[in-house]
Ligand binder design. Sequence first.
Ligand code: GLU
Length: 448
Amino acid sequence: MSRLDPALQSVYDTVLQRNPGEVEFHQAVHEVLESLNPVASKHPEYIDKAVIERICEPERQIIFRVPWVDDTGQIRINRAFRVEFNSALGPYKGGMRFHPSVYLGVVKFLGFEQLFKNALTGMPIGGGKGGSDFDPKGRSEGEVMRFCQSLMTELSRHIGEYTDVPAGDIGVGEREIGYMFGQFKRITNRYESGVLTGKGMAYGGSRVRREATGYGTVFFTEHMLETLNTTLSGKRVVVSGSGNVALYAARKAEELGAVVVACSDSNGYVVQDDGLDVDELIQVKEVERLRVSDYAGRRTNAKYVEGGNVWEVPCDVALPCATQNELDAASARSLVGSGVVAVAEGANMPCTPDAVRTFQDAGILFGPGKAANAGGVATSALEMQQNASRDSWSFEYTEQRLAEIMHGVHERCASAAEEYGTPGNYVAGANISSFIQVADAMLALGVI
Ligand code: GLU
């Protein structure tokens, strides 16, 4: 860890003391504070007016019980969260994650990241995040529906088109959003389309939302590669994960001429030297809800490595799209050794701080999640726009808007990095540019 300016260190000490045990949150805050060293010296007002300290403390944190009945008639209890982090730029906006690892520290780290990510898109959305320790794996349709309904029965009182707009994340896709939207509509007797994003096309969803995070990650990667006068065409790409982000990152990379050689799930990875058949992979994972081993079973030229680390597969471009801290320093060294030229985070904080440093020290292009995966939430904001105007845009138009937004995200990162003396450092650029935007809005709004 690098040293913090004394004023920033004191903010960090307060965060540690106020949020004991929330290691992921500490990690996310530390990374941002490290980038703010040059900002704090240039703008003492951010320290004097306690803007940095206020940014690190969520505006509101909601924790509630979710009781539901499983298929055997047994009563189950889960815990759910909604952390409304910051609404200086717009209504709280961010997904819900359903995964057994979810606890307050994970939701806070995600909410903190989301705040800056949302600012980077240049759109009027604040930051929030939520989730539950519910494990959807192995649950029936009926169980998932009853869980979503029970969760929404409580969550409905806290959200709204102008207040807080949840969406999906790990374990929450179109199916879960549908059940939650249905329950919200029933409880409130309002067809408030803009209260959730990631909706299905049948009831107010946006085209490209499903693809957006993965597509956006690839657009961002293309912009990074442009700075080296190269493109994705002909590059070998490894994607970790096989959820919605990974699948559509793979599809766009393939469309742009890359060869996607491997992807993974929590059990292992699949590698195919001549390139994965992305359509088949989408069929297996998204339609049939099976594992990557099932994909490998259908392909004679694909190899499945049970329990293996996907980052052992040599590649030119690595797109970690699974989950936080999935790529550590040892994996980063192995990627550097195999000649990787660019890494872009499709997931939130998938690279450990040591891994990030390894890439940066080796001079490899590194796109942090806040920037590289901002396309998902940006398209959620486009969904909100369509809902507000009772409109529905074409795929082409929506994708073009996404591409423009990702270009803007890249430009903001690149120019802030340049201005603050770290050209090419997208981590610093993303953190500085988004922080200044949120901080200036907070200063204008007074001590609230
Ligand atoms: N969960 C996604 C993210 O990490 C999307 C959030 C949204 O669309 O609101 O950015």
